[in-house]
Design a protein around this ligand. Structure first.
Ligand code: TXE
Length: 495
């Protein structure tokens, strides 16, 4: 019942909320210069979880100064081996707190706790991966005429990192781990919808990381976020979020010619060939779109299913949707939790309305669930829509909810043209047992990451990032270290 869910969430909150909800600057939790807080809400119950410090420009400036101070006094003097130990200890600490961090993430974001645990393990894994490659900075020597050159990579010093709310702890680790591995200090701005796991992480690493190396400034995007992007002492910006804000970040970075990496929205195609087992196709397509309530930048949100298997695959998907357990995300058995916020529910239902107006047929879902016990939460039904033209709003826009638009195909070239007919190019999926088709299609999809016969598994070591308006730069791999370093050439005259 509603009361039971609410009581359980209150009890869990009492056990796992961070002690501090202030800004983490220079190794201390401090109140913002101008005071002020904002509320972060539990999207399952609608109750306020915590009031969190509302950082603004002068707070960001303070954090950037603290980060430079730490860089100059301690961090730049740390050997790679010492940084490696720091990163490994962070990984161990995150792992030791898996259950606690997962429940905190579930309260703040609404994701099922089983998925939140995967996030926490993935966060620890990020630190472990970058700990493993910290020492890989060999530099180069070369000669050119009568010159002898050394080419070395050096950290930027202080970087600014802005993250979204869909994988709060995981995104924090995707940002922090490579930045620290490359030798930088950082100011991290979590999303205002989900600031709690970053604050808890700050508490957990306070004894591990030297003072001021990691700073966390909570606050709104237009205040703390934009202050970070326009601070000229920030030498590199890394942003994950919407394409619209990514463009603003880039413009703002241009004023001080600051290097930027961006991981932005997506509208990824999943292509099903006729040779596959229907069961396998259904399981992959289901996870591609409904994992994390569709709140994944790489979500496979446009299905292109071959005519020969379309009816069977769609029947299978409808059955899978009808089997989905929608409910309290603290429950291990829950498959689909609420969206992160009321605002996000509205965004999704607006797209559902527009799909209805533009001729979409709803195969299943299409609304908010009408169960009384879910009435307080930001729930949206898993939804399949067929019959939309490919230029319909719900097909072109990133909905970021549990909504799949479906297309049948039999002409390969036409299908690929449609698959690529969006502004985004983050990811894609190909489902077939024919290795040649699989590889050809993976090449033909204009995207930075294509899965063959799997989806969502992002493994440290394999670079992830977008084509087109989905971003610039790659995360999760050795390339990422280069995004956090700058190249210096030392030219020694041999004359
Ligand atoms: O994102 P924002 P929103 C997409 C998804 C979603 C839509 C809107 O389609 O429905 O974006 O979500 C900070 N300067 N994605 O509005 O605003 C903000 O505080 C600097 C896809 O929540 O982009 C937060 O920390 N920073 C995406 C972060 O940017 C600013 C994940 C992301 O928020 C800022 C999230 C500004 N002017 C949303 N304005 C993905 N790629 O996974 C906001 N921010």
């Amino acid at each position: 019942t509603r009361t039971a869910i609410r009581d359980r969430h209150r009890e869990t909150a009492a056990a796992v909320l961070p002690e501090h909800t202030d800004l983490y600057v220079g190794g201390e939790f401090v109140t913002p210069d101008a005071g002020g807080t904002f509320d972060t809400v539990d999207p399952t119950t609608g109750e306020v979880l915590a009031s969190v410090a509302r950082g603004r420009e002068s707070d960001v400036d303070r954090a950037v100064d603290a980060a430079w101070d730490a860089f100059e006094k301690t961090w730049s003097g740390y050997s790679a081996g010492r940084r490696q130990r720091v990163l490994t200890t962070i990984a161990d600490t995150i792992e030791e707190h898996t259950d606690e961090l997962a429940r905190l993430e579930t309260l703040d974001n609404g994701k099922p706790v089983s998925e939140a645990k995967i996030d926490v393990r993935g966060a620890a894994e990020q630190f472990r991966y970058f700990a493993g490659i910290v020492r890989e900075n060999p530099g180069e020597t070369m000669t050119a005429g009568s010159r002898y050159g050394q080419v070395v990579s050096e950290p930027y010093g202080v970087v600014g990192q802005i993250i979204p709310w869909n994988f709060p702890l995981l995104m924090a680790s995707w940002k922090l781990a490579p930045a620290l591995a490359a030798g930088n200090c950082t100011v991290l701005k979590p999303a205002e919808q989900t600031p709690l796991s970053a604050l808890r992480l700050a508490e957990l690493i306070d004894d591990i990381v030297p003072t001021g190396v990691v700073n966390v400034v909570t606050g709104y995007g237009e205040e703390a976020g934009s202050a970070l992007t326009s601070n000229p002492d920030v030498r590199k910006l890394a942003f994950t979020g919407s394409t619209a804000v990514g463009k603003q970040v880039m413009k703002s970075a241009a004023d001080s010619v600051t290097d930027v990496t961006l991981e932005l929205g997506g509208k990824s195609p999943v292509v099903v060939f006729p040779d596959v087992s229907v069961r396998k196709a259904v399981a992959l397509v289901e996870s591609a779109i409904f994992y994390n309530t569709g709140e994944c930048c790489e979500a496979g949100s446009r299905l292109f299913v071959h005519d020969d298997v379309a009816d069977e695959v769609l029947d299978g998907l409808i059955a899978a949707v009808e089997d989905t357990t929608i409910g309290d995300p603290l429950d291990e058995a829950t498959d689909l939790g609420p969206k992160v916020s009321r605002e996000q529910v509205e965004r999704t239902t607006d797209y559902l309305d527009s799909a209805r107006e533009q001729g979409g047929q709803f195969l299943v879902g299409g609304d908010r669930p009408d169960d009384e016990h879910l009435a307080d939460g930001c729930f949206v039904e898993p939804t399949l829509i067929e019959g939309l033209a490919h230029d319909a709003d719900a097909v072109q826009a990133e909905i970021f909810g549990p909504v799949l638009t479906v297309f049948r195909w039999d002409d390969y070239d036409e299908m690929i043209d449609l698959a690529n007919d969006v502004d985004y190019g983050l990811a894609g999926g190909v489902i077939t047992d024919d290795i040649t088709r699989a590889n050809r299609t993976a090449r033909d999809i204009e995207a930075g990451y294509v899965w063959i016969n799997s989806y969502h598994d992002l493994v440290p070591g394999l670079p992830f990032g977008g084509y087109k308006q989905s971003g610039i730069g790659r995360e999760l791999s050795a390339d990422t270290l280069d995004h956090y370093r700058q190249t210096k050439t030392i030219n020694l005259s041999l004359r």
